[in-house]
Design a protein around this ligand. Sequence first.
Ligand code: HEM
Ligand SMILES: *[C@@H]1O[C@H](CO)[C@@H](O)[C@H](O)[C@H]1NC(C)=O
Ligand SMILES: *[C@@H]1O[C@H](CO)[C@@H](O)[C@H](O)[C@H]1NC(C)=O
Length: 569
Amino acid sequence: MIANLVLLALPLVIGYLATTIWHRRFKQYAAFPQLKPSLLWGHMKAIHEFTLRERPKIHFDPIFASMAKELGNPPLMFFDLRPVNYPMVIVNSHQVAEQISRASKQFAWSTPKSPTMDALLRGEDWKQVRKRFNPGFAPQHLMSLLPCILDKTEIFVDHLNRYADSNEEFPLLEFTINLTFDIIGAITMGVDFDAQHSESSEQGEFIQIYDRLIRLYGLGDGQLPWWMYPRREWRKYVLSKQIDQLLESIIQDKHAEHQNQQVQQTGKNKPRDVLSLSLQGNTELSKGLLSDTRDQIKTFLFAGHDTTGILLAWTFYELSRSPHVLKGVRDELDRLLGPDSDPAAVRAKLTGPGADELVNSMVYTTAVIKEVLRVYPPAGTARMARPGTGFNVQTSDGQTFCLDGVIIYNCATIIQRDRTVYGDTADDFVPERWLGDSSGIMSAGAEEDAEKRNAAGRKIPPGAWRAFERGPRNCIGQDLATIEARVIVAVVARRYDFVKVGLGELDLDGKGQPTLNDKGQYRVKSEMYNTTQVTAKPVDAMRMRVRRPTLITRGTNKQNIILSGWPAT
Ligand code: HEM
Ligand SMILES: *[C@@H]1O[C@H](CO)[C@@H](O)[C@H](O)[C@H]1NC(C)=O
Ligand SMILES: *[C@@H]1O[C@H](CO)[C@@H](O)[C@H](O)[C@H]1NC(C)=O
C-alpha cells in the first residue's frame, strides 16, 4: 500500500510543486479570509491540526465552525486543498449562501452541483427530468400515501415494543434509517425493501447490495484521492452495476405491468408510486428513458433515507432530554388525535377524512422538526462554477469575491447558528422560535415568511434556515421527509420515553432523578456529536433504551410533568 502510494504520488507531487505553487497558490485567493497556509501543504496542515483537537471521528462541520470562530466569523473562508482536492470555499453567511443557491444571470438553475457530488447526484438535463418526477412529491399526492407510511411505522413500533419489554439498549439510528429506507422504497417504486428485518439475510436484495456498497464509502473517507484505493474502487464499481441492473429490472417490470393493465388503472387502484407516475404516457421504454429513470430513482433512494432517519433519531433524542418539548408534542397530539395513543387509533385518525388537515395542524410538532433540522442539519450542498465563469458573490460588508473553480460548501451548521440572526439562543434547542411563522412553517422556499415576525419577535430571514437548501435545485423530497417525520412522531411520541445510553446520557441526581438546567433541559453527562458517513450521523448510532410512560400526568404542576415516565432506577 505504502509503495503504491509513493509510486503513484511521486510524479504528481513533482509536477504540482513545479507548476502550482509559485503561480497560483499565493495570488488568486490571497484576499480571501483564511487560516495561515503552509507553503507546501496549503491548508491541509491547519485542517489536520484542528482535527487533532477534536473528538474522534467527528464530522467536519464543527471543525469548520471552530475555524470560523478563530477567524472572527468571516462570511466565507478559503481552503487550499491542492493537490488532493479542488480549492474550497466554506460559506458561513446566509446572504452569500443565497447567492449560491438562487438562479442567476450566469446560471438559470443556480450554481451547478460540485463534481465531487457526482456519484450521488448526476444528470445534466435534470430540469426536464425533475419535471417528470415532481408530481410524485407534491404534498397533496404525498398525503394519499399516509397508509403506506403507517404500515412501515408499525414494523418500527414492533421493534420498540420488543425493546421496551426487554429494557435492552439498541442503536436507534439503525432502526430509523431502515424504517425510512422501507418508506422510500415503497413510495418511489411501490417495492417492499424488507429493510426492517434484524437478520440482514432476510432483508431485500436491494438493501443487501446497498449495505455492502455504503460500507466501502466509510473507509478512509476523503483523506486521499480515490485512485489511491484501486481495489476498493473496483468493488464499488461492481456493486453500483448490480444496483443499476436491479433497478432496471424493476423499472422494466413496472412498465410492462402498466402496459398490460392500462385500462383498469383508474380511481382507487391507480398506482401511486413515483416511478409509475413518471412512466405515465410513455408507451415505449427507450434505452434513454430507462437509464434516466434509473439514475433518478437511485438518487431518490440514496438521498431519501439516511437524512430522514437522522432527523428522526435527533428528534427522539431532543424529546428525551427536553421535558417541556415532549409535553408540548404530547399535548398537541392529544388535542388533534384524541387521548387514545394506541397505534391503531392514531392510524384510524390519519387514514380517515381530514387526515391531511390533521397533519398540517401539527404546528408545534412541525416546529420541533424544523428546530431539529436547524441544530442538526444532516446534509448540505456543494457547488462549483467552472474556471473563467466570472461568478462573483458580494458579502454584506461590500466585498466581492470571485468563486470560479473552487468547491463551494454552504455550511448549514454554521449558517443556522448565526448569532446575528438567532441571537443568544443560537446554540439552544428552542422550537418555539418558529411558532410565529404561520404560513409554510416548514417550507424552505416560502419567501413570504421573510416579512413575518416569529414568536420571539425576531425576524428570521428565510435563507438563514436551509436544511433542505434553497433555490431551483433544493431538495425534492422535503415535503415527503417532513410529512413522514410528523406521522412517525404522531405514532411514537406518546407511547414511549426514550432514554439515552452512553454518550449524551442524562446526569441523574443522588435519588436517580434527572435535573433541569437553566434552559429547561435535563443535564447530560457528555455531549453527543456526529461523524461523517456520506451524511452527518450521530457518532454512536444513537444508543437508546425505551420505556412505556408509567405515570401520565398532564396539565398539572411542572414537577409532575417532569417526573412522568421516569421511574427511579
Ligand atoms: C430530513 C431529510 C432530508 C434532508 C435534510 C435533505 C437535504 C437535502 C439537501 C441539503 C440537498 C442538497 C440541495 C442542493 O444541493 O442545493 C438535497 C437534495 C436532494 N434531496 Fe434531500 N433531504 C432530505 C430528504 C430527502 C428525501 C426523503 C428525498 C426523496 C426523494 C430527497 C431527495 C433529494 C434529491 C433527489 C436531491 C437532489 C436535488 C437536485 O439535485 O435537483 N431528500 N436534500
Ligand atoms: C438495518 O439495515 C442494515 C442493512 O442496510 C443492516 O445491516 C442492519 O442490521 C439493520 N439494522 C437493524 C437494526 O435492523
Ligand atoms: C452534530 O451534533 C452536534 C451535537 O452535539 C451538533 O451540535 C452539531 O450541529 C451537529 N453537526 C451536524 C453537521 O449536524
